[in-house]
Ligand binder design. Sequence first.
Ligand SMILES: *[C@@H]1O[C@H](CO)[C@@H](O)[C@H](O)[C@H]1NC(C)=O
Ligand SMILES: *[C@@H]1O[C@H](CO)[C@@H](O)[C@H](O)[C@H]1NC(C)=O
Ligand SMILES: *[C@@H]1O[C@H](CO)[C@@H](O)[C@H](O)[C@H]1NC(C)=O
Length: 297
Amino acid sequence: MVISLYLLAILWRVKICLLEDDVHVDDFCPSFSAVLCESRVVKVAPGPLVRVEGQTVSIRCNVSDYQGPRDQDFEWSLVLESGDVQLVSTFDAAYPDSSVKDRVNSGDITVKKLSDSSAELTIRKVRASDSATYRCSTPSTDSVTSGNYYADVELRVIGDTLRVVPAVPQPLVSEGQSLELHCNASRAYTVNTFLSVTWSIKKGTSPLEEILTFGPDGEMKVGQNYVQRYADGALLLDLPGGGFFGLVLKGVRPQDQGSYACTAREWTRQPGAGKNWHKILERSEEMGNVSVTPLGE
Ligand SMILES: *[C@@H]1O[C@H](CO)[C@@H](O)[C@H](O)[C@H]1NC(C)=O
Ligand SMILES: *[C@@H]1O[C@H](CO)[C@@H](O)[C@H](O)[C@H]1NC(C)=O
Ligand SMILES: *[C@@H]1O[C@H](CO)[C@@H](O)[C@H](O)[C@H]1NC(C)=O
């Protein structure tokens, strides 16, 4: 009875782990040759994380399936070919390498506990030279070494190269005619980054109203007030490539009068869970004012 309760308790959250040679079975579970044991799991987001120079980067690290105290400690380091560089620790103020001490002291590199089993590394004003592999480690509180004690993620810091150049639309359009809205958008770094382009209109003092967004996944999203017109075939995308993004508004109405804007956003997709889009840059440009001449005037 006691033994089966003991087994149940172990089986509650366990994984079967194959013992490594240096672990003494007798110390832990004397009656098994293949031992059931807790296997520590340290996790960071799968990389690469693409971020833009000057921005703030936060990387979360979780630990689970460990033994010992609920409250766990964390250390972050850089993994370089020349050797590891210690960054920050949740328990050891002397941990930071002398090469990063200034940035740690100024608060540009910090670690913050989010819970007993989770901590976040934050780098403010990230630099291109911060591109590297980051390692989150948790010191062992387990009775035997089992599982993984660290996890790595690659950070790539890119420059801000997002450009938006709108063409000035025809300033005066007659009701019923077509209005062409051209916008060029580009970025230099295209590995793991994606673009979206949004056309919007501002009517008088009303807030900016979205007409249509193309991307970042090759799909389009039509603004609330334009769904019917899109269904009627009155919104056409013109995408010849080469960074040229065109939207044609057919059958212009008096209420299409206003100031048009074009917004480009640069995204990165976090590997792992589904379509996890993360916006890294956004730039908006006014295109120009368009007046609509009503029919019968
Ligand atoms: C860490 O745990 C939180 C809360 O459960 C979760 O939202 C997040 O995705 C986890 N992160 C990683 C890298 O596992
Ligand atoms: C936009 O790009 C097209 C094709 O790449 C080019 O011909 C055009 O001059 C560009 N327009 C502007 C406003 O830069
Ligand atoms: C459009 O018109 C508004 C109001 O008349 C003006 O403030 C704004 O500068 C104009 N925009 C452009 C791009 O000409």
